[in-house]
Ligand binder design. Sequence first.
Ligand SMILES: [Zn+2]
Length: 165
Amino acid sequence: MTPDAYQELMQQFAADPTAARTKVREMVAEIAGSDPRMGAVLQAITARESAVVVVDENEPPAVEVIPPPAPAIDAADLARIRRLVSRLEGELDDLRRRNDLLASALGACYLCWGGDAGCPVCEGNGRPGSEPPDRPLFREYVTPAVRRVHPGGSVPPPPSPVKGA
Ligand SMILES: [Zn+2]
């Protein structure tokens, strides 16, 4: 490098460090074309530059990227969590099935039982009895409970299904 070129480069570093770095990288890349050893130098420069946070006043402040901490759970923990999630999914399925059966037995909305005005199924109008109960499910779930409350009393039959429904 001639003294003039060196002087020019140093002035450029003072005026615009980012542009000067780019120029140095280009110069090294040019040399690397004829000298394989300079290829390693170029790689080292590139790796170093990607790790350096360059502050440009036109850009929002750079945020230092902190690598996330190593996960605190190991494979055994993960296996336990997977088993737990699987068990909970099974339990949720059972509860949903039971909820849907009982809602049908009572003629209630299976989603909200009339408790949610924003319900996409009933708009909050799905309280028990809002729809004709499912007769077999009514006999299976409601009749025994009523007999328990009123032993010896008569249990009203489930309502007939609405014609055309
Ligand atoms: Zn509902």
